[in-house]
Design a protein around this ligand. Structure first.
Ligand SMILES: C[S@@+](CC[C@H](N)C(=O)[O-])C[C@H]1O[C@@H](n2cnc3c(N)ncnc32)[C@H](O)[C@@H]1O
Length: 359
């Protein structure tokens, strides 16, 4: 028996040393990780409530405020609001000094409606239909998702692409700066599953005389049309509604083909088919841009990528985790060369690869 064991008497009878695993008994692991998961459920809903109530926007406007002042502005119950505000302090979204609360830099940037990289409207939609999570065990038992996004994709993707436009447009704009789109004129772009078309718009904004074919499902494409019109780019865009596996696409015609966050819901065969469509659409020497959330090849060092894959499994018929090996495999098997994996802004990755000029 170890002399520095905290409970030597207990160890005498219960020690796992008898079961051959003494190191486990010497210092049992804390339950913190389990509580962290349990409280994660409440944390998510606290954030949803904070956004629904307008807490971040109001605290930012008031600069510094007490809970009483904030409760008056929001017309809510002060003691209930105090609990929420204190939780938001523990998340790092509010700062608290004595009785005064103020917005943290993280919340100012990501959670205020007008934040430079606002994710405020993404919080509710990002996990997918919420009831799919309650039924995850059934999904795993049966291999079937209760409410897959594909049942009514336009209803799901309309709010999603609204919420992700700011971030994807920033990523695309930074990628363009790094890739020198400003020096390349009259680029012809194909954006498949474009959403509100952040990628095509970034090209059109940077490359003089460039034009785009923008594809999405009919109802989502109507939103893209609004965004493109709002930026005065309509005369440089052809809108092509329909399923990106089915629509007519000219061959050897485009300088850039964008697959922006469309592969992870498609499954291996569907995504591979899209990469092959992109190849045929590109002129020799053209480039594919494949943006998504990728996991490491062992599916354990990048929790964000692994959990994004889980979210796809929980909410779509064929989607799941995408590893770097898998995506690089599609690109190389199709014939793309000069693969680069670029992170134009934090957490956003894009594969850029070339169709060889001689192909
Ligand atoms: C995650 S969003 C990405 C939007 C945009 N490309 C971006 O990077 O922000 C996926 C988009 O693909 C579209 N989409 C999904 N299935 C599609 C299909 N079969 N044909 C055309 N578009 C589809 C959705 O409507 C949605 O706009």
């Amino acid at each position: 028996m170890s002399v520095d064991s905290p409970f030597p008497e207990l160890k005498k009878r219960h020690t796992m040393a008898r079961a051959g695993r003494p190191w486990r008994d010497f210092k049992p692991p804390p339950s913190g990780p389990v509580w962290g998961i349990v409280q994660g459920f409440g944390s998510y809903w606290t954030l949803v409530a904070a956004i629904d109530l307008g807490i971040f926007d109001s605290v930012e406007r008031l600069n510094k405020c007490t809970v009483a002042q904030l409760a008056e502005v929001l017309a809510v119950s002060e003691p209930h609001l105090r609990h929420v505000c204190d939780a938001l302090v523990t998340f790092g979204f509010l700062d608290q000094i004595d009785d005064l609360y103020e917005i943290s830099e993280t919340a100012e940037r990501y959670l205020c409606t007008n934040g430079a990289a606002s994710m405020a409207s993404l919080i509710r939609v990002a996990p997918g239909p919420h009831r799919n999570w309650e039924q995850l065990a059934d999904t795993v038992r049966t291999g079937r998702v209760a409410t897959p996004i594909e049942d009514d994709p336009e209803a799901f993707y309309g709010p999603l692409v609204d919420a992700t436009f700011v971030t994807q447009h920033r990523a695309a704009t930074r990628l363009g700066w790094r890739s020198g789109w400003q020096r390349r004129r009259e680029l012809r772009v194909l954006d498949l599953g474009a959403g509100r078309a952040p990628w095509a718009i970034a090209v059109l904004e940077q490359s003089e005389g460039s034009t785009a074919v923008v594809n999405d499902l009919t109802r989502v494409l109507a939103d893209a049309r609004d965004t493109i019109e709002g930026r005065g780019l309509t005369d440089r865009v052809e809108f092509r509604p329909g399923d990106f596996h089915q629509i007519e696409i000219e061959e050897n015609a485009f300088d850039l083909v964008v697959l922006g966050h469309v592969c992870r819901t498609e499954g291996d065969a569907g995504a591979r088919a899209l990469v092959e469509r992109a190849w045929r659409a590109l002129r020799p020497g053209g480039q594919i841009l494949l943006a998504d959330y990728f996991a490491d090849n062992d599916r354990k060092y990048n929790p964000f990528g692994v959990q994004m894959g889980l979210t796809m499994m929980a909410n779509t018929r064929a989607g799941g985790v995408l590893t770097n090996d898998q995506v690089a495999g599609w690109l190389r098997d199709t014939g793309f060369v000069a693969l680069r994996l670029i992170e134009p802004i934090g957490f956003q990755f894009v594969y850029v690869a070339d169709r060889p000029p001689s192909s």
